[in-house]
Design a protein around this ligand. Structure first.
Ligand code: SAH
Length: 244
């Protein structure tokens, strides 16, 4: 049996072709996750097939959108920051599948960042930068603020909080790709004021046409003006007291 058959099929349905090298590395990443998760709690998803679908395929579902964005920008390389990446989702599979992306991975939990560093060493990834910090703090540092082409976040916060956390990292005209469940119209509407405040606009909601990803939608936000310097507010405030 070849490796990651289900992932390869799902990707083909999204018109994504994975190289042999990418498949080998994603398979090695899955093994490292299973192994590390035995002694350090990283994710509740432990079954190999479930990892393939709910973590790897769900992450790679962003790739067609990222590739379209690179085409739009007229560049092959791009910078991505993944906020609240946990054990590396969606940022790490994206970095593995597309070496032209430089992916910064931010998480507030030390053990998860340690795992990402371990994967980076084992797989010799040169296009990732793991950071152990709260994204509210990172966003106020000049080398990260308004620097990125793309910001991603999956299962981190509600839409209004995410808008405040994500938009400060984007350069003007940059794109936020937020992985959510289906039926998120109300949650998106709830982010209206946060979007106006942070300088973003709803661009599209994309639902991958794949049976296994039938509870995934990707909210795409476009940044059209600079985010005021007081945002994001202090750590915890965007989630505890979202802009409404
Ligand atoms: N994106 C991953 C993990 C989701 S769990 C996945 O889809 O599997 C949410 C993660 O976000 C946790 O690891 C938590 O430590 C991190 N997190 C939550 N708020 C954060 C913040 N403000 N800054 C950095 N990390 C945060």
């Amino acid at each position: 049996m070849s490796q990651l058959d289900t992932l390869v099929r799902i990707c083909a349905e999204m018109e994504l072709e994975l190289s042999e090298e990418t498949i080998d590395k994603l398979d090695a990443f899955r093994s490292l996750l299973i192994e590390y998760n035995q002694h350090t709690n990283l994710t509740a998803i432990r079954d190999p097939l479930e990892i393939e679908i709910k973590l790897l395929a769900d992450s790679l579902a962003l790739l067609p959108l990222i590739q379209a964005e690179m085409l739009r920008n007229g560049r092959e390389a791009g910078t991505v920051i993944d906020l609240g990446t946990g054990a590396g989702f969606p940022g790490l599979p994206l970095a593995i599948a597309n070496p032209a992306l430089h992916v910064t991975l931010v998480d507030a939990t030390r053990k998860k960042v340690n795992f990402i560093e371990h994967v980076g060493q084992e797989l010799r990834l040169t296009n990732i930068a793991p950071i152990h910090a709260r994204s509210e703090d990172v966003a106020h540092k000049a080398e990260f603020r308004e620097q990125f082409d793309i910001v991603t976040a999956r299962a981190v916060a509600s839409m209004p909080a995410l808008v405040e956390l994500c938009l400060p990292f984007l350069r003007i005209d940059g794109l936020a790709l937020l992985t959510k469940g289906r039926s998120i119209g109300d949650e998106v509407a709830d982010a209206r004021k946060a979007l106006d405040t942070l300088g973003g606009d709803l661009f599209d909601i994309w639902e991958p046409d794949v049976l296994e990803l039938d509870n995934t939608s990707i909210v795409q936000l476009r940044k059209f003006k600079a985010s005021p310097s007081q945002y994001p507010r202090s750590p915890g405030t965007p989630a505890n007291n979202p802009i409404r």
